[in-house]
Every structure is written in structure tokens, then in C-alpha cells.
Design a binder for this molecule. Structure first.
Ligand SMILES: Cc1cc2nc3c(=O)[nH]c(=O)nc-3n(C[C@H](O)[C@H](O)[C@H](O)COP(=O)(O)O)c2cc1C
Length: 179
């Protein structure tokens, strides 16, 4: 069976390790799994609940979430919190009904960044995401000196990434079989 996973990065940096991690996930995706790395959220305006229009990139994100079997998020920690980029992105889809129940895996790209990891997971639980703990990883590419474009070919990272992706897909298939 084929599956589509939507990947979101919480960093804006050109040489972001989190973005490199998501590209590695895309390259290591199991057969039949397509991972789309979304980019337009990096230009979203700041969320304002009084806005009645839906900015174009936000509509694209909503459509991508609706179509996705699962979400994958990789984001760094800034000052012991989540980055503005990932929080703003999630704020724009708080009321997007298909987000609720969507399987989500969080990849924490650093060893020491536990505050943001917990805060992000708490936000996702509050948004009624189906947080797939088996597929969540602490995978310290930050500080490892790995080239962000070579994560997929580094066995320190390729092995746990492959296992996490398999766990996410297995969860999606179990969920699909139970309906
Ligand atoms: C403003 C700022 C605040 C940061 N605060 C933290 C922090 O609280 N904890 C931490 O582990 N790393 C912190 N870092 C280091 C980032 O995790 C590191 O720069 C990382 O490479 C950023 O992720 P990226 O490569 O995906 O952009 C901070 C970096 C910046 C620029």
C-alpha cells in the first residue's frame, strides 16, 4: 500500500540540520512511501485568529495535511522553547479539522534540546494529533559535524531513521486496518 508523509521543518536556516534530517528521511523512505518536505510555511504571516482570509501557503498546507497519511516534524530548540516558525505553522492549522487524529512523529535533532521537544509534543497532543511515540526520535545530528546533505548515507543516523519511518508506517497501517 502507498503512503504519503508530510514533513515540516522548524528552522529557516539555509544549512539547517533539521531540514537535512527531513531530506534524509525522504531519501530513506520505505518502498511505497512518499515524503513531501513542505517549504511554504517558512513565509507564513504571523497567525492572527481575527484574520478571516486564508493566506495562499496556509491553504496549501491545509490541503497537504488533509491528503497526508502522517506528519513528520523536525525542529531545533531556541532559548528552551520551540521555534517561532514551527509554532506559527501549527497555530495556522489549530482549527483545521483533519489535523485531529493525524499520526505525527517528532524528530528531535539534538541531545540537549529536551524543553522544545516536550513543548512541541504537548502542543501536538493539545491539537489532538495522534502522537506516535514509537516513531519519535532523539537523533543528534546537531553537534555531530555531519554534513546536512549526507545524513542519509551516515549509518549513525540512517539506521534509526529507517526504524522510525517503519514504525510510523506500521502505525498508519494498523490505524487504517482498524477502521
Ligand atoms: C537564537 C538561538 C537560540 C538557541 N537556543 C538553543 C537552546 O535553547 N537549546 C539548544 O539545544 N540549542 C539552542 N540553539 C542552538 C540550535 O539548536 C542550533 O543552532 C541548531 O543547529 C539549529 O537548528 P538548525 O540547524 O535546524 O537550524 C539556539 C540557536 C539559536 C540561533
Amino acid at each position: 500500500m502507498s503512503h504519503r508523509i508530510l514533513a515540516l521543518c522548524g528552522s529557516q536556516r539555509a544549512r539547517s540540520m533539521s531540514a537535512g534530517l527531513l531530506r534524509a528521511c525522504r531519501d530513506l523512505a520505505p518502498a511505497g512511501v512518499v515524503i513531501d518536505v513542505f517549504e511554504q510555511h517558512k513565509d507564513f504571516p504571523l497567525f492572527n485568529p481575527e484574520r478571516t482570509d486564508v493566506p495562499p501557503g496556509v491553504a496549501a498546507l491545509q490541503a497537504s495535511i488533509t491528503a497526508a497519511d502522517a506528519l513528520l516534524i523536525a525542529s531545533p530548540e531556541y532559548a528552551h522553547g520551540v521555534t517561532g516558525t514551527i509554532k506559527n505553522t501549527l497555530d495556522w492549522v489549530v482549527n483545521h479539522a483533519p489535523f485531529a487524529g493525524k499520526p505525527v512523529a517528532v524528530l528531535n535533532p539534538a541531545y540537549q534540546s529536551f524543553h522544545a521537544d516536550e513543548a512541541l509534543k504537548e502542543t501536538l497532543r493539545t491539537m489532538s494529533a495522534d502522537l506516535v511515540l514509537d516513531a519519535c526520535l532523539r537523533i543528534p545530528v546537531i553537534g555531530s559535524r555531519v554534513d546536512p546533505d549526507r545524513i542519509a548515507s551516515d549509518p549513525r543516523f540512517a539506521t534509526p531513521i529507517t526504524a522510525a519511518l517503519r514504525a510510523l508506517v506500521a502505525h498508519v497501517e494498523r490505524a487504517n486496518n482498524s477502521v
